[in-house]
Design a protein around this ligand. Structure first.
Ligand SMILES: [Zn+2]
Length: 418
């Protein structure tokens, strides 16, 4: 069977035909590639790249090579000499070919192929496996993501979660908005910073009508977020959810631990806490056997870190309560105990919880809303960022997040290569 026959089965372009297929050294340094010649059908006319209308040919340009999906680990290129067409409206333009967009040197099919692999592997791995550059992988994903964003369906959103994410190791933040409706959990939007302005940008995009349809908004206690949610999601219940609150506990425990490590060092005592961070931050039931033994040893020593740890474990009961009345009472009692504790970070946390009690107790009114999805999406987001390593710009990070978590529509393709 001829390669042309297969190509005609996979992807047939109206007004164009596959001609000769041969091996050729395209670049002096690389190995031979498979070249597929393409020609325009006789008497056909090229499309103006500005309006898409078919126009008379003006002249012909030198041959261009467009990278296609590799075959048997051999790189494949389409070779075509594009026409310049004379459009009545737009003047002389290089024709728009159906297999690539704009001045792109990769075919759309190959770009979609790379973008699909980049959901499973890191971008760098994709570049290595398919003998292409990281830049090409990035450009491919960017195109697929932009297509998805342009064609996104934002109807029927009733539950969202607002989350912040630190990036580039510094004090850079990204605000992520997730849809949390059952069966449609995805990243809707992400924008730079975590200011009121950032979140306002999301609500502007969502529009007044759709904002009014929101029933639940999960968020953390960040004042800028709370302010905007109150103003824009007028019919929604703002909930400080379990995941975000327990995150605050972990931050407080870590602060207590760090202070204590400093103190132990200054007194030249044995530093039992040096590597104890994860023991204290993990949920008790998630510890390995070895870690449980270590934790039990730590628990025997009367450390502030342990006190803080036990205070968090104590608070977990809050989430098991069935009625707001008991939740309210529990929260008050817990805060009173925390205020008597001598641990500044825990006291700070207790004050914060008291201040936001109403929003925390909203948890009881959001029947069926679990904080699992918020946590899951947050974890996936961190993973996506790690997979895309090599990027240096914020834009690149946003594209990585949309690609992995946006559940975006893909450009149509006639044959699924992967
Ligand atoms: Zn035109």
């Amino acid at each position: 069977m001829l390669i042309q026959t297969i190509l005609n089965k996979l992807e047939k372009f109206k007004s164009f035909v596959y001609k000769k297929v041969f091996l050729k050294k395209l670049f002096p340094t690389s190995s031979e590639v498979l070249v597929v010649e393409i020609a325009a059908r006789k008497n056909s006319r090229g499309a103006c790249s500005a309006c898409g209308k078919s126009c008379p040919t003006y002249d012909r340009q030198p041959i261009r090579y467009y990278e296609y999906v590799p075959l048997w680990a051999i790189q494949v290129y389409f070779a075509y000499a594009p026409r310049r067409v004379k459009c009545r409206e737009h003047g002389i333009h290089v024709e728009q070919v159906p297999w690539a967009h704009g001045k792109q040197q990769m075919t759309k099919t190959y770009q979609l192929f790379l973008a699909r692999w980049a959901k499973r592997l890191s971008w760098k791995e994709v570049a290595v496996v398919f003998q292409t550059s990281w830049e090409s992988v990035y450009r491919s994903i960017e195109w697929v993501v932009n297509y998805g964003l342009d064609n996104a369906d934002w109807s029927g959103i009733t539950q969202i979660g607002v989350d912040e994410m630190a990036f580039f190791k510094g004090h850079n933040y990204l605000t992520c908005v997730y849809q949390l409706d059952k069966g449609r959990r995805r990243l809707l939007w992400c924008g730079k910073d975590r200011t009121a302005k950032t979140l306002l940008r999301f609500f502007r995009k969502l529009g007044k009508e759709r904002s009014e349809l929101l029933q639940f908004v999960c968020s953390d206690m960040w004042p800028a977020y709370l302010k905007v949610i109150k103003k824009k999601a007028v019919n929604a219940l703002n909930i400080l959810d379990r995941f975000h609150i327990m995150k605050k506990f972990n931050e407080a425990i870590d602060e207590v631990r760090r202070d204590e490590v400093k103190e132990l060092k200054s007194k030249e005592q044995e530093n039992v806490l040096a590597n104890g961070r994860w023991l204290l931050l993990k949920k008790a039931q998630n510890l390995t056997e070895k870690q449980t033994v270590r934790l039990n040893k730590l628990l025997k020593i009367n450390l502030s870190s342990i006190k803080a740890y036990l205070m968090r474990e104590d608070f977990q009961q809050f989430w098991e309560m069935k009625f707001p009345f008991w939740g309210n009472k529990f929260l008050d009692d817990w805060a009173t105990r925390a205020m008597q504790s001598n641990l500044a970070p825990m006291k700070k946390l207790a004050k914060m919880l008291r201040r936001h009690k109403d929003l925390i107790l909203n948890w009881f009114s959001a029947d069926g809303l679990s904080s699992g999805p918020v946590e899951g999406l947050n974890t996936k987001a961190k993973l996506a960022v790690r997979k895309a390593y090599g990027f240096k710009t914020l834009k690149c990070l946003q594209i990585a997040l949309y690609h992995q978590l946006g559940d975006l529509k893909e450009p149509p393709w006639t044959h699924r290569f992967c």
